[in-house]
Design a binder for this molecule. Sequence first.
Ligand code: TXA
Ligand code: MG
Length: 326
Amino acid sequence: MTEILNRTDRDIGRAAVLLSQGDLVAFGTETVYGLGADARNAKAVAAIFDAKGRPHFNPLICHYETEEAAFADVDASDTARRLADMFWPGPLTMVLPRKITCPVALLAGAGLETLAVRVPAHPVATRLLRALGRPIAAPSANRSGGISPTSAAHVLAGLEGRIAAVIDSGTCRVGLESTVIDLTGPVPFLLRPGGVNLESLEAAIGPVHRGITPGQAEAARTLRSPGMLVSHYAPKLPLRINAISVAPDEALLAFGPPLASAKLLFQLSAERNMNEAAANLFEGLHWLDAQAPAHGLSRIAVMPIPETGLGLAINDRLERAAAPRD
Ligand code: TXA
Ligand code: MG
């Protein structure tokens, strides 16, 4: 049963308690309803992907109460600060490099070294963020492939029984997702048009590039400095999936009772729980990458992971990491 909460202080407090316990709460923003989880709790973030039924891990937007809180987690350029001053709180999401100290779960950013941040302009969102005292990771509160919800009824139509609560926040003023701009390279890129239009952005910071067609995307890529390329995190060490034994030069990413003879292992989930495994995935890859060389190991073997629940998304990620690199 999904609780339907109202805009009272008591109910907002209740929603914050649920979030702090690792539960999912849908809440209104000025754009669309978000499906929120405590951004620092990897298991709660994993539950978002499970509830949405996404076959792979998309990076999520992290919502903050204030600009200061957002820029405590990412490296803000002058351009980012200028945009924040002009458009926050509001329907603009900025993709920026994560700080090394950023406490947001790696899974929230799908393992990327960047993080999408925004300060929403809606009293319910603001009060909830203040009550929780932490950032909230939230995609739109619809099942994967569905339409973004702009009322509590829309949220319930897709997610009833799959989330702990929805805060009835009224209808969304903008009714369209936030504009997403990538500020990690030397030139700003529009990743998704949305609530703040391109003209307003360009009036504030000059030309904004758009990589729409494959040709444009290619041109865009060569424009950007290679060191700044936004690429999904892949372990430095070669990865072997569906391993049923461990070679002498391999570290082990285990799922359930570990294979014998592993000299170094990271356990995704001893109980073979899919959400726990998803929550630990990027952490595990980073950790093995960092630790293996000191143990004389040069590859990572990954135990088979069933294709149930988040197993699909986990395997999608691992298959890509195991594919030949360019
Ligand atoms: O208005 C909105 O943005 C709503 C409300 C709830 O804030 N949220 C929303 O989230 O639309 P979602 O997950 O449906 O869309 C997030 C978009 C996706 O297109 C995703 O690929 C992109 O932002 N994104 C998130 N993090 C990113 C990153 N680190 N790099 C590039 N793109 C990113
Ligand atoms: Mg969406």
